[in-house]
Design a protein around this ligand. Sequence first.
Ligand code: AMP
Length: 419
Amino acid sequence: MTLQAIRGTNDFIYEEAAKMRHLENVFRKEAALYGFEEVKTPVFEYTELFTRGIGEETDIVSKEMYTFEDRGGRSITLRPEGTASIVRAYLEHSLNTIRNVNKMFYTGAMYRAERPQKGRYREFHQFGVEVMGSNSPLVDVEVISLNISYFNSLGLDNINLLMNTVGCPKCKPNYEVALKEYLNSHKDSLCDSCKRRYNSNVLRVLDCKNESCKEIVLLAPNIGDTVCDECKEHFDEVKKNLDTAKIKYSVNPRLVRGLDYYTKTVFEIQDDLLGAQNAVAGGGRYDNLIGMFNNGKNTPAVGSALGVERLKLALEERGVLALNSAVDVFVVVFKETKDMLLPLLGKARDASMRATGDYNIPSVKSQFKSANSLGASYVIVAGPDEVALGEVNLKNMNSGEEEKVKIDCLTDKLREKSI
Ligand code: AMP
């Protein structure tokens, strides 16, 4: 048996896991500041939720889902994204009866059988937000603003916010007709996928990455020019309020995003430093998705999801991902003082300091090496002579300062230091 993780999945070990946790903690704070509450849903759902919710013709559903039969012969899928599950939970638990407007956030692993490359994995993590129950353009702005504010608080700036409107069921079909008309004369030069998309989901041709398709769509009609008055007004309000909030953006008429369910506002946040996989976050409004699962009874909604691994890469690229040390205190003992190890660790922990030592008691040099590699701020050395006097040596690893401290006073001393 080869001991190897599945292709496209990652282990996050020590520092890497600490970075992921840090990103999640900051996200939770930001979401709370914006008045969002957490919803946790299972990592798998009945397949139909995704095929109907995301759309049969999307890349995700047509080729990227991890789908299997459970023991009862039901088709189950590992969630490829978070929105469909949140919609299910919203309807299943009638959340509209609990809050007039539900502002929800989630964090967790998603699964897509994509071709792995830097920034693209088969198991990856998203932090997402969804607001259900308001058609106000102000909500679109809140969702975008939360993302931008989160990225900025981490030190991620110089990112590009791209905006577009994709219209609503009233005006989208007009655009689809216009786009098909335009593409008709170029059909032979489209890639195979786009030849299919022409019939199944023509908007997707707009964001095809194939060079020849990209060239063709350059001169395609702009969706923003064909949307109805209501959609245009909505988009104008979003843009106006982004301006008021001093959030920079550019309108990209080719931005349609991969999922079928978007209406009106769509947006993507890109970081050029990331290379090919440059989208860090994306989202938009989906006023008709809930209705699809609720006998046509629509609830307006808007949401976004950001890719945590890509965010981590973007921050690492800029050298701004603060590393947490693993411990605050490292206790060095000698063979003669080994029985002091656990009591001294206990005293440090009583002062709310994270503490460890080396239970195998190698050389003092080697113990100091471990203290350094764990990023300890303090080292307590329990030398035999000091311990005989009821003392230990306390070394500040940043300043190099050392002092003798009575063992009885150690917790108080460390408490002072941790303030
Ligand atoms: P989406 O759900 O496709 O709108 O994606 C939202 C965000 O999730 C993207 O902007 C990426 O940052 C991230 N993401 C999507 N797919 C992957 C993947 N296969 N690997 C890593 N991150 C991803």
